[in-house]
Design a protein around this ligand. Structure first.
Ligand SMILES: [Zn+2]
Length: 279
């Protein structure tokens, strides 16, 4: 499932390609998407591609914004028009496909220089129009854009009796952290996933704050993590899985203290941690 770094990766790739270009047509192939989108009028130039939590937001000069939620299996793939792909400009790094593979194709956003295809095998993803960017709903604070300060983090932790792993996954406090990055952040901060949020010490809060930003930023640098479903807008995969310190390493030695990494499963989600150095 795409988490914040994967959405940011797609956002950074699409912004330079789509900025200033006109959305000529929005073709909806999946009837499930139709009710929300039937009033959206195409025909306006795109001003910016932005991220809000785990939502990718396409902002237009007129007619508002489109918020895309990839959910479990959603993918946005850029397919430049044939002449663009051959002309050797920036878009030529993208794989050109002469026709869309129609399996799991739910919508096509046709721009004046190519098409942005929305694929989604499980169909949980959404595309919704809003009047402005600030209207796009995002319950939690964004951990990277300045909304989440150390003081706010301390305040949020203080009022919760949840364990740290569950605490990090709650999207209404901090938006965008999923299963993989929660394990990595807690390992980096040397905090046990079973620890109760409200008992974190001042120095543990400091470490957690630093680790949230460090891990997410590092994942963005490596274009996200690819396990099964995530592909970026070029149809290629991220490389952060090579840098994972604890996720997926059950039974292997901890890279910090050499104890064996453990895996526990709660609500069908795996948590990986080191009982030696995460307290
Ligand atoms: Zn360890």
């Amino acid at each position: 499932m795409p988490e914040l770094p994967e959405v940011e990766t797609v956002c950074r790739q699409l912004d330079p390609i789509l900025r200033g270009r006109t959305l000529n047509r929005l073709q909806i192939l999946d009837t499930k998407l139709r009710p929300k989108l039937k009033c959206f009028a195409a025909g306006s130039p795109l001003t910016e591609v932005r991220r809000r939590g785990k939502l990718l937001v396409l902002c237009f000069a007129e007619g508002g914004v489109l918020a895309v939620h990839l959910r479990m299996t959603g993918r946005l793939i850029w397919q430049p028009a044939a002449d663009e792909a051959e002309s050797g400009n920036a878009a030529s790094m993208f794989v050109h496909q002469s026709s869309h593979a129609t399996k799991h194709l739910r919508a096509v956003l046709a721009f004046d220089h190519g098409e942005l295809a929305f694929y989604d095998s499980r169909r949980f993803g959404t595309i919704e129009p809003f009047t402005t960017f600030s209207e796009v709903p995002c319950a939690g604070l964004d951990p990277l854009n300045g909304e989440l300060s150390l003081a706010v983090l301390q305040q949020l932790l203080k009022s919760s009796k949840q364990t740290m792993k569950s605490w990090l996954l709650r999207q209404d406090r901090i938006a965008g952290i999923g299963n993989i990055y929660a394990s990595e952040i807690l390992f980096d901060a040397r905090i046990s996933p079973q620890k109760t949020a409200q008992v974190l010490s001042r120095s543990e809060c400091d470490r957690l704050f630093a680790s949230i930003r460090k891990i997410l930023r590092s994942a963005i640098e490596h274009c996200g993590t690819t396990f099964s479903d995530f592909q970026d807008s070029t149809g290629s995969v991220g490389s952060f899985q090579q840098y994972l310190q604890v996720y997926g390493r059950a039974g292997e030695r901890c890279r910090r203290c050499r104890k064996l990494v453990k895996r526990v499963v709660e609500q069908q989600r795996s948590t990986f941690y080191c009982p030696g150095c995460q307290r």
